[in-house]
Write a protein that binds this ligand. Structure first.
Ligand code: ADP
Length: 312
């Protein structure tokens, strides 16, 4: 296609599970850099790569927000590969910063800034009827000016038709909410909010909070680290297709438990975290209400983006 001619493909920047990413230059203005993400469509078809996904990706071009990666254009190459031309984000991702405990030092003000950017991104997706469905530190890329951008919309879809059943095999296991682990087919924006909560917990602990090795273990960890889903705290949960819990029931953990682990973010911070990790998706806080939470205005104030820690 003609779109393809607009860019000069450069060196390979990285390789993901189902994509190679290359540096690109705009032919008319080579100082302008882009990332060209070439999806390996020949590999096993997953929902994220089905032709249907092409349309989904197309409408992401219209999601224009400072905390969402800009998709400049999409073109297919002769080998039928799908090429996404994306904003170039050179400073790695939040996972790199979280893991590098030896070199990267950050505090509550930085966590608040990053969480603010993530929450605004998710709010904007949801306002536009888009579910991201794969929020995790590795998908939060960092721009040259420190802005965090939600990326990797490969699994995103519109929820404008809430009655169309959806697959529950989405979201990387550690960030997957209980309704998906129990096989719910009619889920909502609340799935993303759960993932946001786990990113919050991980930013504070500098390790994943619920890192299950299997789906069954993931459910077990949720039961122990949040509470066991039951008809009492989540009416209807026992009717979900894959509802399974061990006979050891843990009551929903209270403020003391969270204070002991996440107390550094203060009372309001812990309150916000707890509201993102409510088991019943209908009771879980929304991204919109997260933005209205008092935590953002408490001290310390969020760090200005240009002063945020960077990878070394
Ligand atoms: P994964 O999510 O498995 O890391 P991706 O296919 O999203 O895989 O990306 C592979 C690598 O390419 C990333 O780890 C990163 O180094 C690089 N990359 C991806 N997107 C961009 C981008 N927009 N700007 C700069 N580098 C990118």
């Amino acid at each position: 296609e003609d779109e393809k001619r607009k860019y000069i493909k450069g060196k390979k920047l990285g390789e993901g599970t189902y994509a190679n990413v290359y540096l690109g230059q705009v032919r008319n203005d080579p100082s302008q850099l882009v990332a060209i993400k070439k999806i390996k469509i020949n590999k096993e078809y997953t929902e994220g790569m089905s032709p249907d996904a092409v349309r989904e990706i197309k409408h992401l071009q219209e999601l224009d927000h400072p905390n969402i990666i800009k998709l400049h254009t999409v073109f297919s190459s002769k080998d039928q590969n799908l090429n996404l031309v994306l904003e170039f984000l050179p400073l790695g991702d939040l996972e790199i910063l979280i893991k590098d405990t030896a070199n990267v030092h950050y505090g509550v003000a930085d966590t608040k800034a990053w969480m603010g950017m993530l929450t605004r991104a998710v709010w904007f997706c949801h306002e536009n009827f888009v579910l991201h469905r794969d929020i995790k530190p590795n998908n939060l890329l960092i721009a040259a000016d420190g802005e965090v951008k939600l990326a990797d919309f490969g699994l995103a879809r519109s929820f404008s038709d809430p009655y169309r059943p959806m697959t529950s095999n989405v979201i990387t296991r550690w960030y997957r909410p209980p309704e998906l682990l129990f096989g719910a087919r009619h889920y909502s924006a609340a799935v993303d909010v759960w993932s946001v909560g786990l990113v919050f917990a991980e930013l504070v602990m500098r390790a994943p909070y619920l890192a299950g090795n299997t789906e069954l273990e993931q459910i077990e960890l949720i039961c122990k680290g949040v509470g066991t889903p039951t008809e009492e705290n989540w009416p209807g949960v026992t009717k979900l297709p894959e509802y399974t819990i061990s006979n050891q029931i843990t009551p929903v953990l209270g403020k003391d438990h969270y204070n002991a682990l996440f107390g550094t973010v203060g009372n309001e911070g812990v309150d916000l975290l707890m509201k993102t990790l409510i088991l019943d998706p209908r009771k879980r806080i929304t991204a919109r209400d997260m933005l209205k939470h008092p935590w953002w205005h408490k001290d310390p104030k969020p760090t200005r983006k240009k002063e945020l820690p960077r990878k070394s």
